[in-house]
Design a protein around this ligand. Structure first.
Ligand SMILES: NC(=O)c1ccc[n+]([C@@H]2O[C@H](COP(=O)([O-])OP(=O)(O)OC[C@H]3O[C@@H](n4cnc5c(N)ncnc54)[C@H](O)[C@@H]3O)[C@@H](O)[C@H]2O)c1
Length: 455
């Protein structure tokens, strides 16, 4: 921490992916942070220095924060909050903002924090209330209004989070940009102080108004999702015309205006952010009579792309799945996380269990989540969770790869082939597309947008 930096005292509501990474990250640069969480189960783990989910490097940061007495965890109740409140300058909101069934944003978790703050007997004057949660445009103003009406005016700001799960610790400490969105001078000054250690390490800080910061987060996610759906749509055309998406990728990526990231064809995007943020953006546009056609198309292409492997199997097996065993490698929405929220694997599994095939799945980190989310197919025997990638492919008629875990990339396909009943591989992330043994082997191999998958 630089000499000029001052330590801040803050409370963070929500000890999930964003709240916990931010809390441990701020503690690591010298700030004192208390996390308010509702889940007793999570609190029990956190107080023992354990992280309730898989995120590389996070547990070490949490343990360090606890041992330096800069990081603590409390139940999000009125008495716990009241006890800490006098010394807290900033209150950060990092609770979930999932989709409602109609696609709009569910702000009930956020509202419950505001309800709690309104119950506090003391004044909140001088406190800064900051949303790190992704919220629809206008939410900050709505919070401010509620606080004023409840007799507890506070300065409100938006500070959207751009970390990537799986790289979250690095992204938090070395962000490509920090965004502060507020018209309030005290909030700006406090947030500048909070981020001073990261800015001193080279992170650019961008200041803007509250509404722009709220919208920026949706714009960033919608743009990235659109890049993915774009390349996936081109990959569909590749399969029809006999072109190669990886050659096209090389040609596109060398154009600095386009770039290489988020431009790999695959079985579509998932996760806790892109799907819900696209739906929310569409609703936000429609509330102002704007059709948001591009965002809708991005969603539509993604819905179809998630079933790429299923449609391929329908063709290869002539729609006859009877007696077939299908191995799945990868259940999480991307590697280096245990998060299965909106994972393409969930769409594929729910389609496959409508057939008479049985599924054997393996994921390096997602097995706990899978047993929680897929109770029904597990109970009915449609799905089995296996202990290793080899166990999953044993006796299988097809192997589908859904997540590009490094563990899978290292596999030798000749070894896999001998374990399978019939060596059919549908590589939904093109992890094996350049493996030499494929060329002359008896493996029937299909990658996304590759000539082998041509109609
Ligand atoms: N996960 C990501 O990669 C990511 C990245 C950027 C932004 N975001 C945004 O950050 C927000 C949080 O996402 P997340 O993935 O960390 O969610 P999460 O579900 O992992 O964590 C939310 C936490 O808030 C807790 N909580 C709920 N109500 C509470 C209350 N009243 N008081 C205290 N705690 C409460 C929950 O128990 C949970 O632990 C969302 O708006 C999301 O869109 C997420």
């Amino acid at each position: 921490m630089s000499k000029e930096s001052e330590n801040c005292e803050l409370g963070i509501f929500g000890g999930g992916y964003v709240g916990l990474v931010a809390a441990a990250g701020f503690a690591s640069v010298g700030h004192r942070v208390v996390v308010f969480e509702v889940s007793d189960e999570k609190l029990q783990l956190l107080n023992a220095g354990k992280v309730p989910f898989f995120e590389p490097g996070l547990e070490e940061l949490v343990k360090n924060g606890i041992s330096q007495k800069l990081l603590s965890f409390e139940k999000a109740t009125l008495d716990r909050l009241q006890e800490h409140l006098p010394r807290l300058q900033g209150l950060l909101l990092a609770v979930g903002t999932p989709s409602l069934p109609d696609g709009r944003t569910d702000l009930s978790y956020l509202d419950s924090v505001i309800d709690l703050l309104l119950k506090v007997p003391q004044s909140l004057e001088g406190k800064i209330l900051v949303s790190k949660s992704t919220v629809p445009v206008g939410t900050g103003e709505r919070i401010s209004k509620r606080m004023i009406e409840g007799g507890k005016p506070v300065a409100v700001a938006s500070n959207p989070e751009f970390l990537r799960q799986g790289n979250a610790v690095y992204d938090f400490l070395k962000p490509e940009r920090i965004v502060i969105g507020t018209e309030n001078v005290e909030a700006t000054e406090w947030l500048r102080k909070l981020y001073a250690p990261l800015v001193a390490n080279g992170a650019p800080l961008i200041e803007m108004n509250l509404r722009s910061a709220e919208l920026l987060k949706y714009a960033a996610n919608a743009f990235l999702a659109t890049k993915i759906s774009f390349i996936n749509e081109i990959s569909q055309l590749c399969e029809r015309v006999g072109a190669d998406i990886q050659q096209i990728h090389r040609g596109l990526a060398t154009d600095s205006r386009i770039g290489s990231k988020f431009l790999n064809a695959g079985v579509g995007f998932g996760g806790s952010c892109f799907p819900k943020d696209l739906s929310s953006l569409i609703h936000q546009g429609e509330a102002f009579s704007l059709a948001m056609s591009l965002t809708k198309s991005t969603q539509e292409v993604n819905r179809r792309q998630r079933l790429w492997a299923f449609e391929r199997l329908q063709k290869v097996w002539n729609n006859d799945f009877r007696g077939k065993t299908i191995a799945l490698w990868g259940l999480t929405f991307k590697p280096n996380t245990d998060d299965m929220r909106e994972a393409p694997a969930l769409s594929l599994i729910s389609r496959l269990i409508e057939t008479e095939a049985s599924i054997k799945a393996y994921d390096p980190q997602g097995m706990g989540e899978a047993s929680r989310l897929l109770k029904d197919p597990l109970k009915r025997g449609h799905l089995q969770l296996m202990k290793s990638p080899q166990e999953a492919v044993e006796g299988a008629d097809a192997l589908i790869i859904l997540t590009e875990w490094a563990e899978f990339e290292k596999m030798n396909l000749s070894d896999i082939k001998v374990l399978m009943r019939s060596p059919l591989i549908l590589d939904g992330r093109n992890v094996f597309s350049s493996q030499q043994p494929l060329k002359n082997s008896e493996i029937q191999y299909y990658g996304v947008g590759l000539p082998s998958a041509s109609a």
